[in-house]
Design a protein around this ligand. Structure first.
Ligand code: ATP
Length: 301
């Protein structure tokens, strides 16, 4: 059958609040507005990969509350192949994003549902993977659940893509389980103590089959057995880079699953991410299925 992408990660509600300034200690701040949107790195990456044409099963822990129902409704509009929002004994995750007039922001994330997913549930999901399939995970779930799913996926012969974000627990021990690890500059430096191409090479030497370090407007660096290559970003008028990393990872996973070679997959991921940086918000800034279809039909080096 068709290759499948299992995205195992977090899903929650983003509450975006424009504020006159970022809060000071002890201050009560009144926001000018509140905009609710689906969010979470897992959810964003699953949505992008599905819109990019991959057969995606998205699995995420949620609460047993109205927010979980909101997520079910929102994801019903997405071209997902499978969806399992697993109810936990915790409220659905919530991120409060305060954005000041100068675009500086401050984020408070509540991740009790993400933390609550048992390792056995994560492992059971990965047990359905086959050698043509791929697992995509991030850093929002617990180390135990993430490691259990990765080990099972490797055992099943599936490819494993780890986005090393956020860095909440030590990911170094999991690098040997990665077909591909994607880290931004800050995460790569925290993991390796190095910058740029050296960081990507260090991640590869630490066990990742391939390591990709994203460098914002500077593009990205890939390091693997075939050597180290730099890939320039797609020029963009940056308005709000939130979600760029998620668009990059979701598009990259979809292209690699479809059988693209690394360079064209990276080119597509960077073109897709350039669309996201040119728009405000996270979920609202993800490229549409139409945009991704057009982008993927373009010739890519
Ligand atoms: P974020 O946390 O903002 O979602 P990130 O820190 O995970 O992003 P970045 O390295 O900032 O990741 O960006 C990921 C990719 O998005 C880059 O490799 C690049 O292709 C694209 N990108 C990011 N910023 C810009 C920009 N200013 N102009 C063009 N492309 C960009």
């Amino acid at each position: 059958g068709m290759s499948r992408l299992l995205v195992l990660g977090n899903a929650g509600i983003d509450l975006l609040c424009p504020v006159p300034h970022l809060p000071r200690p002890g201050e009560t701040l009144v926001a000018m507005d509140q905009v609710r949107a689906p969010g979470g790195k897992g959810l964003n990456q699953a949505v992008v990969a599905a819109r990019a044409g991959a057969a995606v099963r998205f699995v995420a822990p949620v609460g047993q509350d109205g927010a979980a129902a909101e997520l079910v409704a929102a994801l019903g509009a997405e071209p997902l192949d499978g969806l399992a929002l697993l109810p936990q004994d915790a409220p659905t995750d919530l991120s409060l994003l305060m954005v000041a007039a100068d675009a500086e922001n401050c984020i408070l994330s509540l991740g009790a549902a993400a933390d609550a997913l048992p390792a056995a549930a994560a492992e059971a999901e990965a047990a359905a993977l086959g050698p043509d399939d791929m697992l995509l995970v991030q850093g929002n779930l617990s180390r135990q659940a993430t490691a259990a799913a990765m080990r099972m996926a490797v055992g099943r012969g599936a490819r494993v893509l780890l986005n090393a974000a956020p860095l909440r627990w030590d990911m170094a021990a999991l690098l040997p389980l990665c077909t591909l690890v994607v880290a931004n500059a800050g995460e790569a430096e925290a993991l390796t103590g190095q910058a740029g191409a050296e960081a990507a090479e260090a991640l590869h030497h630490a066990g990742a089959g391939l390591a990709l370090v994203t460098l914002g407007a500077e593009g990205c660096v890939a390091a693997g057995r075939a050597g180290t290559t730099h890939h320039a970003a797609t020029p963009a008028r940056a308005v709000d880079t939130t979600g760029a990393g998620d668009t990059f990872c979701g598009t990259l996973a979809a292209c690699l699953l479809a059988g693209d070679a690394l360079a064209p997959a990276i080119a597509a991921a960077q073109r897709a991410a350039a669309l996201t940086v040119a728009r405000p918000g996270a979920f609202a800034a993800l490229p549409s299925a139409e945009e991704l279809r057009a982008l993927l039909a373009e010739p890519r080096a």
